[in-house]
Design a protein around this ligand. Sequence first.
Ligand SMILES: Nc1nc2c(c(=O)[nH]1)N(C=O)[C@@H](CNc1ccc(C(=O)N[C@@H](CCC(=O)O)C(=O)O)cc1)CN2
Ligand SMILES: Nc1ncnc2c1ncn2[C@@H]1O[C@H](COP(=O)(O)OP(=O)(O)OP(=O)(O)O)[C@@H](O)[C@H]1O
Length: 202
Amino acid sequence: MLTEYAGHDKAAWRTKLADRRNGLAEELRAEWSDLACRHLAQWCEVQSCRSVMAYVSFRSELNINGFIEWCWGQGIELLLPRCVKRDRSMQLYSVTEWSQLATGAYGIREPDPDLSALKPAGTVPEAIIVPGLAFDRNGGRLGYGGGYYDRFAEAVSNAGGKPLWIGAGYEAQVLEGAVPSDPHDLRLDGLVTERQLAMIGQ
Ligand SMILES: Nc1nc2c(c(=O)[nH]1)N(C=O)[C@@H](CNc1ccc(C(=O)N[C@@H](CCC(=O)O)C(=O)O)cc1)CN2
Ligand SMILES: Nc1ncnc2c1ncn2[C@@H]1O[C@H](COP(=O)(O)OP(=O)(O)OP(=O)(O)O)[C@@H](O)[C@H]1O
């Protein structure tokens, strides 16, 4: 039952799921990350994507750096978020090389505002690749609890945008049941793992 996960229980889930992800061997994480990057690139090619919002992995997250570099090679506009802690919003920057990043909020490598181009508020990428602690097969996602992506999804929706939201993680992060979910939580359109990129409900 979804209600049994409501509210503060998410915290216990986060600890358990972070431990599980941290326990995956580094070598396997690298191998799985490479496979997922290939699925992402292939999917972008089929979609003829011209702009993608990605993330720079931290801790033991699925590393999509290979995909980011593939986008650069293809001339696909690559957007990365910068956290604004004050109101827990995210601003988008267009990034063309790693040297434009600097260590930012939470120790995550983010666009350096002096070295990258800020996109106007309301910019809507065609696809948004979303990190997380856990996912389910119906578009549910559990993040770190900052609500950054949930707020961003609301802003995108208010701007009238309809991007494709693609969760990214290892198969080991995909729960067979439903992840704890609240009404404000972002729903994903697809999920990429080392196994495949699958659209939800297909
Ligand atoms: N690579 C990457 N970038 C991302 C995210 C992400 O999950 N992965 N985010 C996705 O939202 C945003 C950052 N959100 C974060 C929110 C909380 C914590 C964090 O360290 N939380 C503490 C516990 C709570 C606290 O101290 O405030 C922790 O986990 O120890 C980290 C990132 C934006 N950028
Ligand atoms: N659109 C929103 N507007 C205002 N507050 C929000 C919004 N979405 C989420 N929040 C708040 O943000 C907090 C964190 O939400 P939640 O626990 O769902 O985070 P999460 O999705 O796991 O984290 P993240 O998106 O950062 O990875 C909650 O207190 C929630 O009420």
